[in-house]
Ligand binder design. Sequence first.
Ligand code: AMP
Length: 146
Amino acid sequence: MIDHMFGKITLSIIKPDAVKKGYVVPILSQIVQSGFHILAIKMTELSKQSAKKFYSEHKKKSFFESLITFMSSGPIVSIILEKENAVKDFRILIGDTNPIHAKKGTIRNLYASSLEKNAIHGSDSNQNAFKECFFYFSNREIFLKS
Ligand code: AMP
């Protein structure tokens, strides 16, 4: 179990736009160089049904259908990352949801092309980080440092 990791992990997804453009390696390098450890990683693809489940909190939003179509349009890379203050620090590293507002040098500033096709996901709270980690990974697929 990884219960003792609460507050120290976050779930990231390199989204279909960034995978298609060949940005997986530069994005992973930036993440690791920023002090995050990879505890689990997989390239996978979301069905429309899984994408709807993952983004269910947005189901009433105008952009929901488009988001589901986009997120199930090709391979993604899902990653569990560990660091002190992982959720907060990772959101700083990826930058604002809208790349127009993302600070220079952030992952979205460098690799995102629009508000929807914004290259990368990061959990927004410690509770959601745990929920999202177990959406993509089983306990057996998570490798702790020691
Ligand atoms: P979040 O849960 O905040 O990560 O939002 C989910 C994703 O929905 C974002 O990362 C964007 O890809 C997309 N999104 C958020 N707001 C909008 C919007 N106003 N229009 C289109 N896509 C959006």
